[in-house]
Each structure stands twice: as structure tokens, then as C-alpha cells.
Design a protein around this ligand. Structure first.
Ligand code: 5GP
Length: 118
């Protein structure tokens, strides 16, 4: 991203391996790890290594990276056995109830979801 540097979050420590997490995938651009407070039988997060704070801060320079995160989420969902479907969620800012300001895609599955979310 070409956006300005942002304060490190707990996810920076997971990327740096200074905080343990159950990492299920990593490559040069992203990693995926299980959510510490799972909301379904399968719940993991896909994050960029680059500390983009939130989806509302991205720009066209982030297009390829964002595509990579989505494709990674899809490939990992299949590996995790979510053949009946799943939900991808990106929370943004206050109204989105975002709690960690390092962009992440939630991949949530293994049970029936409701709609609309609360
Ligand atoms: P948000 O509300 O920002 O969209 O979601 C942040 C998510 O990060 C939450 O689901 C929360 O459980 C998860 N989380 C927060 N801290 C940690 C942590 O230290 N380790 C892991 N694995 N997940 C975390």
C-alpha cells in the first residue's frame, strides 16, 4: 500500500512470530491463522503482511494484493473442508465493529449462517 505507516497491532506480532498463533498458511504477501475466539467450527483470518489498517483506507495500488487475499481465502476454505459454503467478513471502523486495525478477512464456516448479521 502507498498509504502512510500506521501503529503496529497485535497482528504485527503474529506476523513477526513474537506472538504465537495457529498459522495455517503463509506466503510473501499474506498469512492466515485461526481466530483466538472462533465464532463457528471453522474461523480463521487472512491478513496482508503489509499493515493496511482497514478496507476503507485502500486505494487502486492495493488491487492485486486484495485479489490475492480473496483467492487465498477461497483456496483455504476449500482445504478446511467448507464444501457447503462459508462466510467472508471484513469489519470496517466503528460501525463495522472493527477491533484490530490491521486489515483482515474473516473466513467463517462449518455451521449454517443467518442473514442479515446483527
Ligand atoms: P475484528 O473485530 O477487528 O473484525 O476482528 C478481530 C478478530 O481478531 C477477532 O475475531 C478476535 O477474536 C481476533 N483476535 C484478536 N486478537 C487475537 C490474537 O491475539 N490472536 C488471534 N489468533 N486472534 C485474535
Amino acid at each position: 500500500s502507498i498509504s502512510s505507516p500506521v501503529p503496529p497491532t497485535i497482528f504485527t506480532r503474529i506476523i513477526n512470530k513474537s506472538l504465537p498463533a495457529e498459522i495455517i498458511y503463509e506466503d510473501d504477501k499474506c498469512l492466515a491463522f485461526r481466530d483466538v475466539n472462533p465464532q463457528a467450527p471453522v474461523h480463521f483470518l487472512v491478513i496482508p503482511r503489509s499493515p493496511i489498517p482497514q478496507i476503507s483506507h485502500v486505494n487502486t495500488g492495493d488491487t492485486e494484493l486484495l485479489g490475492h487475499l480473496l483467492v487465498t481465502a477461497s483456496v483455504l476454505a476449500k482445504k478446511e473442508g467448507l464444501s457447503e459454503g462459508y462466510r467472508l467478513v471484513i469489519n470496517d471502523g466503528k460501525h463495522g465493529s472493527q477491533s484490530v486495525y490491521h486489515l483482515h478477512i474473516h473466513v467463517i464456516g462449518g455451521r449454517q449462517m443467518g442473514w442479515p448479521p446483527g
